[in-house]
Ligand binder design. Structure first.
Ligand code: PAF
Length: 294
């Protein structure tokens, strides 16, 4: 496994791989790798000739300097983990080498979806994410790039960017990795106290309740949202931020489900804000959905 610091050297290394007719699999990360990243790297390993993992704590996507400073930097550990799962290259650039002057002059506008849900809670976040992802794709592409469904809005926006800007990248979504109680694996989980950690499973319980209601024929988004909010509200350590049900393709919020939809939840447990989501069951449109006449 090779550790590369320089963006030019990273691009050259992947050029060489492509010259040898190898498919490049690329896993962008902020570092502090966990089981969720391991799944992405493993999937890339199964599908590609060369696997590159970037470890870059992107300053553009953090709302505050304090959050940015607090993000764990564990390059040696990350390198060892990526290598043990089969990564060939770890790209860990310095901030000043990614953008001249440390900040880009040109950034990627995420469009209206960039201001909703996570974008509303974290202004500027998705502009920062897409700008750095575009930059990384510029260095790594053409490639297959691996993203977790856990950050569904990020995944949706990366796909939109790749489509709208015709970037030579195939975006591959990997399922969320969950603990036995359903909690989605996230680097933020380490910040939870043991009580908060226990309470945090309520997010998956709420999502699962919405899925069960849909399976029984409920199609009213308001009913699904009310039930999710009720479940989360019943957990005294949770402070609900939002619940939503979106069309999985457009991310508009339907009043009545009429195709594949995704339930979203965000809540705080103490100082830690967690998000999760679940694709709701949808047979093929033949499922009887409650149209609102109760
Ligand atoms: O999901 C992440 O870890 C980050 O948002 C990403 C995609 C690596 C961009 O910095």
């Amino acid at each position: 496994m090779e550790l590369i610091r320089s963006p030019d050297r990273f691009r050259d290394a992947l050029e060489l791989a492509r010259a040898g007719r190898q498919v490049v699999g690329f896993v962008p990360t902020l570092g502090d790798l966990h089981e969720g990243h391991a799944r992405l790297i493993r999937t890339a390993r199964e599908e590609c000739g060369v696997v590159a993992v970037s470890v870059f704590v992107n300053p553009l996507q953090f709302e505050s300097a304090a959050d940015l400073a607090a993000y764990p930097r564990r390059l040696e550990r990350d390198q060892a983990m990526a290598s043990s799962i089969g990564a060939d290259v770890v790209f860990a650039p310095a901030e000043e080498d990614m953008f001249s002057g440390g900040r880009p002059e040109v950034t990627v506008d995420p469009g209206p979806l960039g201001d909703r849900f996570e974008g509303d809670a974290r202004p500027g976040h998705f502009r920062g994410v897409l700008t750095v992802v575009a930059k990384l794709f510029g260095l790594a592409a053409p490639c297959r790039a691996y993203f977790g469904e856990k950050d569904a809005q990020q995944l949706r926006l990366v796909r939109a960017m790749v489509g709208d800007l015709s970037l030579p990248v195939a975006v591959v979504a990997c399922p969320t990795v969950r603990k036995v109680d359903g909690l989605a694996v996230s680097s933020r989980n380490a910040r939870l106290s043991s009580e908060e950690r226990r309470a945090a499973s309520v997010l998956f319980e709420a999502l699962s309740t919405a899925a069960a209601l849909v399976r029984r024929g409920e199609g009213r988004a308001d009913v699904l949202k009310a039930e999710m909010a009720r479940r989360i509200g019943a957990e005294s350590l949770a402070r609900l931020d939002y619940v939503a049900v979106v069309d999985d393709r457009t991310w508009e919020e339907p009043a009545i489900l009429d195709g594949p939809a995704r339930a979203l939840v965000a809540a705080r447990f103490g100082q830690t804000r967690l998000i999760d989501n679940l694709l709701l069951p949808w047979a093929d449109g033949s499922t009887v959905h409650n149209s609102g006449d109760s």
